[in-house]
Ligand binder design. Sequence first.
Ligand SMILES: [Zn+2]
Length: 398
Amino acid sequence: MSRYRLYPTPTQQAALLEQCRHARYLWNMALEQWSMWTPDKRPTPGYVEQARQLTEARAASGWLRAGSQTVQQQALRDFDQAVRNFYAGTHRRPTWRRAGVHEGFRIVGSQASRVVKLNRKWAAVKVPKVGWVRFRLSRAVPDAKSYRITRDRMGRWHLAFAAIPPPIPAPGTGEVVGVDRGVTVSAALSTGELLTCPGLTEREQARLKQLQRRRARCRRGSKRRGRVKAAIAKLYARAGDRRKDWVEQTSTDLARRFDVIRVENLRIGPMTRRPKPKPDPERPGRYLPNRRRAKAGLNRGILANGWGDLVARLEHKAAGRVEKVNPAYTSQTCSVCGHCAPDNRESQAVFRCAACGHRANADVNAAVNIAAGRAVSARRETPARVSPKREPQLAASG
Ligand SMILES: [Zn+2]
């Protein structure tokens, strides 16, 4: 993704926001249709049916007709893709788009290639119904078939061309690396390296909490509330920028250094591991702190996104060299002797093999298993995945 900072004039900003509103309206409408579906109904309208409904809606409403049809159709197509991704198990359920948070739309096709260079530092893109909008030429514009315009919570506009970066050639050393999404760090490598995706510092997190409390005390729609919201948005944007930088640097580094990169396949269901409750040996029935609260909150969301983005970028930069491994039991299996048991743990962070006594960082141990492709231990079969929608089965059949 090549991203540029967009500098619309105040009039253009209003026009862009209107397009965002249209895209959001249609996405939410499609989401509503989709989520009202129950098994006794006929299939939910797919993209083709929704596009037909859009034509009718445009004929009936001057508000929609004033906007760009490309933008509106694309919002429906994007939603359709989001539903497919959800059923394929690669993405989570599509969510509602909110004003001020999800501001953006996409332009696809021939309209996406209307870009002119103004001088060495500036270029302009022709946005339907908005006109020529200037953007800063921070790098060469790729040959892309679509772009997306977004406004972040701080009010900054960006233009991103959906161009897949040229793949990075393999080093040719035959080296294989395993990457595990860690519990205590963002990613652990089988080489023993621990990588941390920077979120917010402790100080910034404390400030965020303070601002959120202050926002709760402000009257809705007041000027003070607006200022507090802007300060919160600034922190979120900062964390997002850091995450993006980290993903780009880490994916480039891995693609350059290793021939084969093995990552755990995306887990369906809870996205982050929950730390186990730790019983207090002195007081039965009570529990010791297990840092569960520490995992909740803003940073967790950022790290979860960071992982997904990292894998997606790796698949672009190291095309054909990324292998996805079933993560079942990688955290319980000893990377030295292969012994697999749930009690192969000294603590959340330290792995200790009950059979051979091998002791290592728990995330690194899992990364070594992933590198070996030893996802499923010989001693234990992967349990069959049971759909939560399936009716309960009799235990006797097992
Ligand atoms: Zn062992």
